[in-house]
Design a binder for this molecule. Structure first.
Ligand code: GLA
Length: 402
């Protein structure tokens, strides 16, 4: 009897120990690059190595971008005779381990993609029924990040399916960031915290300012459609568990102004900052936007509070985010079709965040103002802030108590 009790306690403690995600990962929103938005399944060894080189040479790695993630299309169409996945031998002749080694040799981390269903969205072998084998394969290759998609999952329940993969990853003993990609269909923000480190909140992004592009049963969403899609989920985000607004379209045929606004919004919303452009070919302006230290610091702020809409006056969207040391970040985005002369009277705009118990009263607290995109001091909050904001452009500032 006693033996039985000891045995069941042992089994219980093992299963509790295994039912968790790797902690102390993604304490700030993950930053990196993903192949999907620009390349779809058309990826190969040379391209990925070129991207790794560009991340280093363009200063993006040093700006904080860390994970280089291969999306759908990396694997062979079948598993090997042991049921293990392997890279498409034509696209990746040196194999995935060698690719991971190259990525690591550049001081970057290696991310990979699969799906909870029988097949991935593009029809490659999915992980259903192979979760533990696949997790171990990734760990053997030195994978640091897994994006786990939701195609071909008929009859599966999302929470359980993601839990199975979480446990499989944990069982490998390798810390792997787990990126839940079920498009927000079953409110992953409500259960994702214990399972993954980030979860998509929408269907796929597309590179337009505010459009919806239908594909029959599903749609792709422009930048402002995604921003406006979810209400009241900011409370679910925090260190180690983030609302993921999808890979960015910065640099993908948006105007420079729209690129800045898109980047500013992903930053203030504490979304993962995963680039989706061809960084080998990016313009100097795109590179400058993506590597802006001040904007990145807002996103990476250690409190990990997701920002929120403060107001929309005159078609100027104003979003705010409390930061460490009682600083605040503010983004003003001009949605008008013409330039806008902003005149922002601080005394009429005291700010507060009830969820996080933060507030600022501009009568008593005078703050210095820093323009983050232009790296310029704009005076302080004792006088109204005046600035011209171009069409679809963003003025992003950080205010610090004097
Ligand atoms: C889904 C995901 C995308 C991408 C593709 C790959 O649509 O949401 O981000 O991973 O699958 O097929």
């Amino acid at each position: 009897m006693k033996k039985l009790l000891v045995l069941s306690l042992l089994v219980l403690s093992i299963s509790i120990a295994e039912s968790q995600k790797s902690e102390n990962l993604a304490l700030t929103p993950p930053m990196g690059w993903n192949s999907w938005n620009t390349f779809g399944c058309d990826i190969n060894e040379e391209l990925i190595k070129g991207i790794a080189d560009a991340m280093v040479d363009n200063g993006l790695r040093d700006a904080g971008y860390e994970y280089l993630v291969l999306d759908d299309g990396w694997m062979a169409m079948e598993r090997d005779e042991n049921g293990r996945l392997y890279g498409d031998p034509v696209k990746f002749p040196s194999g995935m381990k060698a690719l991971g080694d190259y990525i690591h040799s550049k001081g970057l981390k290696f991310g990979i993609y699969n799906c909870a269903g029988f097949k991935t969205c593009a029809g490659y072998p999915g992980s259903r029924g192979y979760e533990y084998i696949d997790a171990q394969t990734y760990a053997d290759w030195g994978v640091d990040f897994l994006k786990y998609d939701w195609c071909n999952t008929e009859k599966l329940k999302a929470e359980g399916a993601y839990m199975t993969m979480r446990d499989a990853l944990y069982a490998t003993g390798r810390p792997i960031v787990f990126s839940i990609c079920e498009w927000g269909d079953s409110d992953p923000w409500k259960w994702g915290k214990e399972i993954g480190h980030l979860w998509r909140v929408s269907g796929d992004i597309i590179n337009c300012w505010d459009c919806e592009v239908g594909h029959g049963s599903w749609s792709s969403w422009g930048i402002w459609k995604i921003i406006n899609m979810r209400k009241d989920i900011r409370k679910y985000a925090g260190p180690g568990h983030w609302n993921d607004l999808d890979m960015m379209e910065v640099g993908n045929d948006l105007t420079d102004a729209q690129n800045r606004s898109h980047f500013a919004m992903w930053s203030i919303l504490a979304s993962p900052l995963i680039m989706g452009n061809d960084i080998r070919e990016a313009s100097a302006e795109t590179n400058k936007t993506l590597s802006n230290k001040g904007v990145i610091a807002v996103n990476q702020d250690k409190l990990g509070i997701q920002g929120f809409r403060f107001s929309n006056e005159d078609n100027i969207e104003t979003w705010i985010k409390p930061l460490a040391n009682d600083d605040w970040a503010i983004v003003f985005v001009n949605l008008n079709e013409e330039d806008f002369e902003l005149k922002w009277d601080w005394l009429k705009h005291d700010m507060g965040d009830d969820i996080n118990n933060k507030s600022i009263d501009f009568k008593n607290d005078i703050c210095e103002i820093k323009d983050l995109f232009n790296n310029k001091n704009l005076g302080d909050t004792s006088k109204p802030l005046k600035a011209k904001i171009g069409v679809n452009d963003a003025l992003m500032i950080r205010i610090t108590k004097k």
